[in-house]
Ligand binder design. Structure first.
Ligand code: SF4
Ligand code: SF4
Length: 480
């Protein structure tokens, strides 16, 4: 374990670490653009330059921290006058042709170039000739556009497609100030199910998500920690939505309860720093038209009436069966087990199957099971395939994925669902329930790791929380 000195302070490094890795691990700040902890070292932006003091009074020298291995006893300065001057010159070079259009750039507020520029430079471009113009809003794919004038050619995006997603979908064309990031002509980037990660790792506002383009300034948004329910990996994510202080009253108040964007919430035990594109599109899952009214055979009733009718059906039933949702949280599944587990014959159903256009499984993150909590559902309710016992007279269907034609003839049906669907009106009792963004809880992923999601939005009146609802039905179960 080599020991060395950063700004005069002794630091113990791991064997094989670079100065950048050891410094960050020890809490010292070194700026960077092209370096990324999960990508190979490119060493092209040079902004992580540090000074190494000469041994025995010898002259000092500068080098980039991302590519310099730690050696025993070396003395590194991360913020000397020489270092600051070199960083200033590097920033001048990077900004020579940069459009500095922060006022309309989605990255403003999160941009490493803004931060480093104001820390080390702060001056306008020193170019005496017109800036080199390049493509604005070049369509890299259906999901991503590229502003080449903002690109600092750090190559993070290119390395991501080579080293992480392995689509080899991006490359750099031409050289010098004519360099352009471009997508491979074979459509590999378009087909890359992890492509949107390049938007996060682009240190400037060059790569832009079409779904978030000019949608909101990031300082109007807050991130709520959550879990992607798109497959059994259960990637941890941040759901970005409008801050309470910046709610819109007259101008499109619908935005107040919308998911503006989804980004990864780094988690070494589950997904590292990445998510797949399905995770980015959670708004498409959560923002489907909602079911807002409890129904008795398609007739709108109050939640109290629907609960009472459900209790009546359970009390009358001789052979009730429950089809349990693997989109239920650990807390909801446990509540069901506690309240009704001994009253019902229970089977776990798959709420979602792979869609025709989605990747089924791969070696990086994506799992074939497109549901977030099969692990806990199977642990509590077993793995038996659904088989209705003879004379089943009541089926409680919790969640999606059930074809009503497959239910036993004549059996009464209690349905708990969140979205508008034709089946809602066919059930004897339909109870609308909250979705993940309206409650907190945990999912346990395929590897047994439990992750917590927090509430983003309030649920509407008339909508039940499944956990609470099961507790109300328990009274009936106990009485039989
Ligand atoms: S588009 Fe962004 S990530 Fe890619 S090379 Fe340019 S600055 Fe780097
Ligand atoms: S890999 Fe699965 S859990 Fe992770 S973001 Fe994609 S769909 Fe969601």
């Amino acid at each position: 374990m080599p020991e060395f000195f950063i700004n005069g302070q002794k630091v113990a490094a791991e064997k094989g670490q670079t100065v950048m890795q050891a410094a960050l691990a020890a809490g010292f700040y070194i700026p960077y653009f092209c370096w990324h902890p999960h990508l190979s070292v490119a060493g092209n932006c040079r902004v992580c330059v540090v000074e190494v003091e000469g041994e025995g009074g010898g002259s000092s020298w500068t080098d980039i921290a991302c590519n310099m291995p730690v050696s025993e006893g070396m003395r590194v300065l991360t913020d000397s006058e020489t270092v600051r001057e070199q960083r200033r010159q590097i920033l001048q070079f990077i900004l020579l042709n940069h459009p500095v259009d922060c006022g309309i750039c989605d990255k403003a507020g999160e941009c490493m170039l803004q931060d480093h520029h104001y820390t080390y430079n702060g001056e306008p471009s020193i170019s005496t000739v017109p800036k080199v113009r390049a493509t604005k809003y070049h369509p890299l794919s259906e999901r991503i556009v590229l502003d080449n004038e903002r690109c600092i050619v750090c190559s993070r995006c290119v390395r991501f497609t080579r080293e992480v997603s392995k689509s080899h979908g991006l490359a750099i064309q031409h050289r010098g100030d004519h360099s352009l990031v471009r997508a491979a002509e074979d459509g590999a980037f378009e087909a890359d199910p992890y492509s949107d990660n390049v938007v996060d790792i682009c240190p400037v506002g060059a790569l832009l998500s079409r779904s978030f383009l000019h949608k909101a300034r990031v300082w109007y948004l807050q991130a709520t920690p959550s879990v992607c329910p798109g497959c059994a990996r259960g990637c941890t994510v941040n759901l970005w939505h409008r801050k309470r202080d910046w709610q819109l009253n007259r101008l499109d108040p619908g935005q107040n309860t919308e998911i503006a964007r989804v980004t990864p919430l780094a988690n070494p035990a589950v997904n590292g720093p990445w998510i797949c594109n399905k995770g980015r599109d959670l708004a498409r899952i959560f923002e489907r038209p909602r079911a807002g009214e409890p129904l008795l055979k398609s007739r709108p009733v109050t939640l109290l009436q629907a609960t009472s009718a459900a209790r009546g059906l359970i009390a009358e039933s001789a052979r009730p069966v429950a089809l349990v949702s693997n989109w239920g949280s650990n807390e909801e599944l446990a509540a069901f087990k506690r309240a009704l587990g001994s009253r019902f014959t229970c089977f776990v159903k798959r709420d979602h199957l792979p869609a025709a256009d989605e990747p089924v499984e791969d070696d990086l993150l994506i799992r074939a099971d497109k549901n977030p909590n099969s692990a806990t559902a199977h642990e509590l309710f077993g793995e038996a395939p659904i088989a209705f016992p003879d004379r089943t007279d009541l089926v409680l269907v919790w969640g999606e994925g059930v074809d009503f034609a497959s239910l036993p003839r004549g059996a009464r049906v209690i349905l708990l669902g969140s979205y508008l669907a034709p089946e809602n009106g066919h059930a004897d009792v339909f109870v609308p329930i909250s979705i993940q963004t309206e409650r907190a809880g945990h999912y346990t992923n395929f590897a047994g790791v439990a992750s917590r999601f927090e509430r983003c939005f309030a649920k509407q009146p008339g909508i039940a929380d499944a956990e609470e609802f099961f507790g109300q039905l328990a009274v009936t179960a106990g009485a039989t």
